[in-house]
Ligand binder design. Structure first.
Ligand code: NAI
Ligand code: MG
Length: 330
């Protein structure tokens, strides 16, 4: 039996988690779901975006599956972005975001890459201050965090094509992203079989769009990884298909790349594929590789035949798509 804590969060997080749990229940696995709360709605209700009991539930379960969490674009006193808080609090330092070709219109061919994003530092330490018309944000980079994320990326590269691109902006920020670059390059000396090279982030953005199949594993700091992983999702069918994992030494939270999508929330048309593929990453992580592979294959089958949700050009609702996945599994 595996105990899985489940946090739907905000907006379409509630829709895509609901459908993913339905899919997981069809698999021949002994999963026990333990529901917990976090996010903007939880903050409005309780004054805390992540209640302590939610952290306790995550700590006492085998893994955690999450939906999406709203963060307002204006400063709200006392509010902490839920997912960023949980990443830091549980030390989920590695954010793995694969992007690979799927059988849908508008998806590029021969793409199979993995973003390894540092998940606890950079500008996402959320230390901002304002002095009248001047605003300042701290970007924190440490040698130890850069070293551990580089080693995650190098280990991934070793299992894949033995190619690693370090993405940085050391030419402008030599002390912060330069420390990240130097530390990652140093770690790479222990992996002589991995071809490690560096690319400056703006050039990387262009190269990702123009020559995506020239990349295999990429490693970078928090903000660059956030931006580039959405870009990578856009190359292979969009955010409706992009899974992600937040992994630490003790705990892990699996959540899709996308957010709470207020523009479509409540219409019943969100694409649950990203979250189903995220659940597949979770199953792989807890050792249920066969079930993970089966989910991945069934998703490709349904993406080929339809029905598809509107983000992929179809007319299906979230529940019609979910039913198709469940029928394909049975
Ligand atoms: P978003 O990722 O929620 O949506 C961007 C666009 O993609 C929207 O047009 C949306 O309709 C579409 N989209 C996203 N997921 C989809 C799905 N499963 N099916 C179909 N279409 C989908 O990003 P946005 O709109 O910039 O942010 C909305 C809220 O989400 C904000 O409060 C933001 O802070 C939060 N957010 C949370 C994240 C997380 O929990 N990890 C990640 C990104 C944003
Ligand atoms: Mg993002």
């Amino acid at each position: 039996m595996y105990k899985i804590s489940v946090i739907a969060g905000d907006g379409i997080g509630k829709e895509v988690i609901g459908s993913t749990i339905k899919v997981l229940k069809v698999l021949d696995l002994d999963l026990k779901f333990d529901y917990a709360e976090a996010g903007w709605d939880t903050f409005l209700k309780t004054g805390k975006s992540v209640p302590d009991e939610t952290l306790d539930k995550i700590r006492s379960s085998d893994s955690c599956l999450a939906g999406a969490f709203t963060s307002p674009s204006k400063k709200v006193e006392g509010f902490q972005g839920a997912i960023r808080y949980m990443r830091r609090e549980l030390n989920l330092f590695a954010n793995l975001r694969p992007a690979k070709t799927r059988p849908v219109a508008g998806c590029l061919e021969n793409v199979d890459m993995l973003m390894v994003r540092e998940n606890t530092q950079g500008l996402y330490v959320e230390r901002e201050r304002r002095y009248d018309d001047v605003a300042i944000a701290d970007a924190v980079v440490t040698k130890s965090a850069s070293n551990r994320i580089a080693r995650v990326a190098l280990a991934q590269a070793q299992k894949r094509k033995k190619e690693l691109a370090i993405i940085h902006k050391a030419n402008v920020l030599p002390l912060t992203t330069g420390l990240f670059l130097d530390t990652a390059m140093e770690a790479a000396e222990d992996y002589p079989d991995v071809n490690t090279y560096d690319v400056i982030v703006d050039a990387a953005a262009m190269r990702l769009v123009k020559y995506p199949s020239s990349f295999d594993v990429l490693v970078t700091t928090n903000l660059f990884g956030d931006i580039l992983s959405d870009l990578m999702a856009g190359l292979v069918g969009g955010l409706g298909l992009a899974p992600s994992a937040n992994i630490g030494e003790q705990y892990a939270i699996f959540e899709p790349v996308h957010g709470s999508a207020p523009d479509i929330y409540g219409k019943g048309i969100s694409n649950p594929t990203a979250t189903i593929l995220t659940a597949a990453m979770m199953l792989e992580h807890i050792g249920e590789s066969e079930a993970a592979k089966r989910l991945d294959e069934v998703i490709n089958k349904v993406l080929k035949t339809g029905p598809l949700t509107p983000d992929l050009g179809g007319k299906a609702s979230t529940s019609e798509f979910t039913d198709a996945v469940i029928n394909a599994l049975k």
